[in-house]
Write a protein that binds this ligand. Structure first.
Ligand code: ZN
Length: 411
């Protein structure tokens, strides 16, 4: 998806603001002797920006608009080192809500819906993003925040919530709890808007069938507004994203060269109209591809495929590059195993080893199933993992992001 002339004009305005504000990116451009671009080729010569650049700007180095125009900050969870602080102007907050309203509309959600929001509120962009978009739409918000499953279910029944906004693992936990308590006939949910986490088709089917709802994947990251920059439509052929606010490229994470539409690589995002903290060619480290062609829904907005993982999830096992999504794809072909799994990488006797834990019910031969899974991984990816089959319910569920890949080599 080549950058358009209109988008080039918008990038130039973002560049000017960054240079005028003396931000890290403005300095990068000055060092590279770039003051603007005129063609798509020029755009591809612009330097990338990275999470580390943003961390180094802590606390308010990213602020690009005058202080009196900043109305809010958000922060990404800093698991390592300093967090990233993103300042927003009133227009940024409003633009984000407009994008989020489009997401709800794309999912067929209207102002007659009652939207139960379970992601966290506060410095995170999650809860408040879901909320502002829903208010922009005119729907009734039930702002629960995370956890407290008893209260969640009570409100879900009493308020007759029709839409659940959640992470996939929390949606699964709620679905299992609803079935355990036998209260499905008191639940009025029709749709789920599920964000911020990679999840397999199996888990999706389980949540969808246990709750009897349609599911929509929402995409976004704190550095670029927050959740709400893209969502799938009812045809479920990838996530439409808002190219009047963002320009998205897919690059090869090793050579850093842009890839043609359809090829899997790293998502790189440029904001087109952001004021508080514009970002040019920001490397997300999320893996996906741009889906070529038109969607049957007729929407003019381009599409990104479901997030396939993170570039930093790439593992080297016995000299072979492996993404967890490849293992997940293989597990999906085994109807006997549940949607939960765990991958553990360790270094034993001088060799890297991958152990895969999967769950199944008691009706199959665990040993044979393990052998078949290991054989499929060997033939598709090129090495033999140790596969351990366990009883259904043994692997951990969590209210937060499930940790499915545990690398024990460096701990
Ligand atoms: Zn569509």
């Amino acid at each position: 998806m080549q950058i358009s002339d209109l988008q080039i004009g918008q990038v130039n305005k973002q560049i000017k603001a960054l240079v005028d504000a003396g931000s890290f990116y403005g300095k990068k451009l000055e060092e590279a002797g770039i003051s603007g671009i005129t063609t798509a080729e020029d755009f591809e010569k612009l330097p990338f920006s990275e999470k580390n650049d943003l961390r180094e700007a802590y606390p308010l180095g990213l602020m690009t608009a005058p202080e009196e125009e900043i109305v809010r900050i958000h922060s990404s969870s800093g698991t390592t080192g300093l967090p990233v602080i993103i300042p927003y102007t009133a227009k940024d907050v409003d633009d984000w809500a407009i994008m989020f309203r489009r997401c709800y509309e794309m999912a067929g959600i209207t102002n007659r819906d009652r939207i139960q929001i379970t992601p966290g509120y506060g410095l995170w962009t999650a809860g408040i993003g879901f909320q502002n978009g829903a208010e922009k739409l005119g729907a009734m918000v039930i702002p629960m925040g995370p956890g407290n499953t008893d209260k969640q279910l009570q409100m879900m029944m009493d308020m007759e919530s029709t839409v659940l906004c959640s992470t996939s693992s929390y949606a699964l936990l709620l679905a299992e709890e609803i079935s355990k308590r036998g209260i499905k006939d008191k639940i009025h949910l029709k749709k789920g808007v599920i964000g911020s986490e990679r999840w397999g088709e199996k888990m999706r089917q389980r949540i969808s069938s246990e709750l009897g709802i349609e599911l929509y994947d929402i995409y976004g990251l704190t550095e670029i507004y927050g959740p709400g920059i893209g969502i799938n439509c009812k045809y479920d052929t990838g996530m439409h994203y808002w190219d009047d606010y963002l320009y998205i490229e897919i690059i090869d994470p090793v050579t850093l060269k842009p890839l043609p539409d359809g090829e899997l690589g790293e998502i790189v995002i440029t904001t087109l109209v952001k004021e508080g903290a514009p970002l040019i060619r920001y490397r997300t480290h999320d893996l996906s591809r741009i889906i070529p062609g038109e969607c049957p829904c007729g929407s003019p907005y381009p599409r990104l495929d479901t997030i396939m993982g993170r570039t930093d999830d790439m593992m080297k096992i016995k000299g072979v590059n492996v993404f967890p999504s490849q293992i997940e794809e293989i597990l999906r072909e085994f109807p006997e195993v549940s949607s939960e799994y765990q991958i553990r990488i360790s270094h034993l006797d001088g060799k890297d080893t991958m152990r895969i834990y999967v769950e199944t019910n008691g009706t199959v031969d665990f040993q044979k199933l393990a052998g078949r899974i290991a054989g499929t991984v060997k033939s598709r990816i090129g090495f033999t993992p140790l596969v351990k089959v366990v009883e259904l319910g043994v692997l951990p569920r969590s209210e937060k992001k499930s940790k499915r890949v545990i690398d024990e080599r460096y701990s």
